[in-house]
Design a protein around this ligand. Structure first.
Ligand SMILES: Cc1ncc(COP(=O)(O)O)c(C=O)c1O
Length: 386
């Protein structure tokens, strides 16, 4: 077993270990020999492989998923004073991307028994200013897409799917991210595939893809290749200023070889998740994730809920497991608890997310996790209830 990511000698069982294979290293070394280190052949291949895997028409690689969300909002015309609806239990990147457009995040509650945006709450929060919804395929599970798409359709709203956890998550045989206007993926080190930092946007709209490509590279009207193949390379138009949100060739090369293993990676994750699932059954107060509804899960996280009559609270269990050298964590503090976002949250909108937040705990899960390591986690959870 590799060491903890922080080299903490007390942690014998890390929460995740990135899987970097020999092939990955070979691909990265080869890319380092190119003279073109950005906007080159690796990027083109990574994007085209991603299109093939997700069966989307266009894929635009970017520097991270937050950039993917920000550019998607920009490309869909989200601007000052527009409102965009997000669930309270999500990563702050969703809210940050909305604020980066000077728009207003409208934070709504989740359901009591799952992690998805409450439809009642969503409907209540639609106003004349609402322009888009960001549903989150949290932990790798398909969210309540049908209902959200229906409401979006009825109210003429754009949908940006947050697929940060969901590479390999399919719904009705279609990859998530292909249902809304765009889908945004993360390749952060904990994710199912990693480029260290990195992200991808998929869309089936040619117009949106073209806009996204421009915005990813400062808003330039011409690609690097076309600038150097005809006319003067320094002559290009900027109709709307963009950013430098590019993914370089080295990280794209890593992405290509990681993506080749995605089926294997997700199978191993599934095996490990199902092992927890079988072994942790019937512990009063330990609520396991619903694995029946989640057939097409990417198994990004295995999150349990801890509540009475279990003898320990979630925080106590976290501390006890840490004491045994096991790293666990919580995804995430809800948006309404951050001071920067308080003004966007009505207390009536966050009841279920508050309860859920106090109960959730993600157990260590990664493709090559050893059974004996999982046995230790399982044994400890059972022992602490005695
Ligand atoms: C649900 C969700 N959305 C967005 C992001 C942002 O991803 P990135 O770190 O690639 O910007 C994350 C990152 O963990 C996430 O979990």
């Amino acid at each position: 077993m590799k060491k903890d990511i922080f080299n903490d000698p007390n942690i014998k069982f890390p929460a995740y270990i990135p899987w970097i294979s020999k092939e990955d290293k070979k691909n990265v070394s080869k890319a380092l020999e190119q003279t073109m280190l950005t906007l080159g052949p690796q990027l083109e291949k990574f994007e085209s492989d991603f299109c093939k895997y997700t069966k989307s028409k266009y894929a635009i690689a970017v520097s991270n998923c937050t950039a993917a969300l920000h550019l998607s909002l920009m490309a869909l015309g989200i601007k000052k004073n527009d409102e965009v609806i997000i669930p309270d239990l999500t990563f702050v990147a969703d809210a940050n991307a909305i604020l980066a457009c000077n728009a207003k995040p409208v934070v709504v509650d989740i359901n009591k028994d799952d992690y998805f945006m409450s439809i009642t709450n969503l409907k209540k929060n639609i106003t004349k200013k609402t322009k888009a919804i960001i549903p989150v395929h949290i932990y790798g599970q398909v969210c309540n897409l049908d209902e959200i798409l229906k409401i979006a359709n009825e109210n003429d709203l754009k949908v940006i799917e947050d697929c940060a956890h969901a590479i390999g998550t399919f719904y009705n045989s279609k990859h998530v991210g292909t249902f809304g206007n765009s889908g945004c993926f993360s390749f952060y080190p904990t994710k199912n595939i990693t480029t260290a930092e990195g992200g991808m946007i998929i869309t089936n709209s040619k117009k949106m893809a073209e806009k996204l490509r421009q915005l990813r590279s400062h808003g330039m009207s011409r690609s690097l290749k076309s600038r150097y193949s005809s006319g003067y390379p320094w002559v290009f138009e900027i109709t709307e200023p963009g950013y430098n949100y590019r993914l370089d060739e080295i990280r794209a090369a890593l992405g290509i070889s990681q993506l080749k293993r995605i089926t294997k990676i997700n199978e191993l994750r599934k095996k490990a998740a199902l092992y927890y699932h079988t072994k942790l059954q019937n512990i009063p107060g330990i609520i396991l994730p619903d694995m029946v509804k989640t057939k097409n899960h990417s198994y990004h996280l295995y999150t349990i809920k801890v509540r009475k009559p279990f003898k320990l609270s979630r925080n106590q269990l976290y501390k006890k497991l840490k004491g045994e050298g096991i790293r666990t964590t919580v995804y995430w503090m809800p948006i309404h608890l951050y001071s920067a976002y308080k003004e966007f949250c009505k207390l009536s909108n966050v009841k279920n997310s508050s309860t859920t937040y106090n109960e959730i705990l993600a157990l260590p899960l990664f493709p090559n996790i050893e059974k004996k390591y999982q046995d230790k986690v399982i044994k400890c959870i059972k022992k602490f209830d005695e």
